[in-house]
Design a binder for this molecule. Sequence first.
Ligand SMILES: *Cc1c(COP(=O)(O)O)cnc(C)c1O
Length: 388
Amino acid sequence: MQRPINHRKQRLYCPGPTPVPLDASIRALETNIYHRSPEFKEVFKETADKLKPFFDSDQSPLILTSSGTGALEAAVTNLTDYNDEVMVINGGKFGERWNLMAKAYGCHTHTLEIPWGQSPNIDEIEKVLKANPNIKALFIQANETSTGVAFPIETIAKRVRSISSEILIIVDAVSALVAHHVKLNSWDLDCIISGSQKGFGVPPGLAFLSMSKRAIDRMSTRPRFYFDLKKEFKNQIEGQSCWTPATSLILTLNRSLDYLCELGVDGCVEHHKAMSEACREGVKALGLELFSQDHHSQALTAINLPESIDGNKLIKLCRERYGAYFAGGQDQAKGKIVRIAHLGIFDQFELITGLSILEQGLSDLGYEFELGASLTAATRHMRNRHQP
Ligand SMILES: *Cc1c(COP(=O)(O)O)cnc(C)c1O
């Protein structure tokens, strides 16, 4: 097949990094910036302020220079002590990461293993917590990116709080924020972590972390240095991070947040709900099934591929022939699924293009369906939704 004329155009459909608006990218070119200058302090404070509503916290979240995992690790080191008992919900690659990190720092983990594609059974969580009253913290994902399942954090938090008002609820919302509500105050959570390259439309390199007063009061006594969050909170109130921040990414973030703030948090979540519904309608119209069995993510859609289609081949083909970057499956899902992100500063027409490329790839590999079926279904869903 002939390559399209703009075959060098790269279209991102992976769950991070997500597309960055051009004017936000351009802001990163302002490179002659001193991060201790009064001008930059203002930008830093303003940016943190714009982030705040996405966390539902009183205090602006910390902006850390690292990928999301750095902030996850900071949560572990700042909120647990050596030998602490903690509970981990493991329903995919990122649940596994919590588990590995907690273990690496000497915590005793009580892990609830959930089959990939499912969300945790809340009675099971209760059972583990009641059987182990020394558990000090619960580590969970709001959106398990490897399986396309969004865990019902609000309901889970309610149940946890009915058992204990002391357990710290620590939520990896790296791929959830902007697409889903995750509310520190209203849901009585203790720590929410996110990252720049998912819902916020910024390249990788920044992580965000918000904490409850309860968590701040219970900071660990572990030795730490770069991620000493107590020190960060003190400095960042003044618009200063402890160490040199990634200034260009903060400028990009400041601009990308303008797009998100224009819709507001509710608007962003509603938009992602519509996108994810349209994507699922499109997928179903192709005769394909979802990998996620309930609580489908609004950030990405994980699709089961028919036996006849090799997922790795499909993803390679979509990339090399059509310039689209989809994500495949990891571990047990490798080669069996394709994941399409519809996250961040991303609109319905980009989704339609993504579905179109998916159709091309499936068709090239001999899968039979009515060409255009997913585009019609997704478009129809969007139109119906927007009828007054
Ligand atoms: C992307 C992601 C992370 C962070 O990954 P980094 O590569 O360190 O930015 C953590 N948790 C989830 C659920 C994610 O999707």
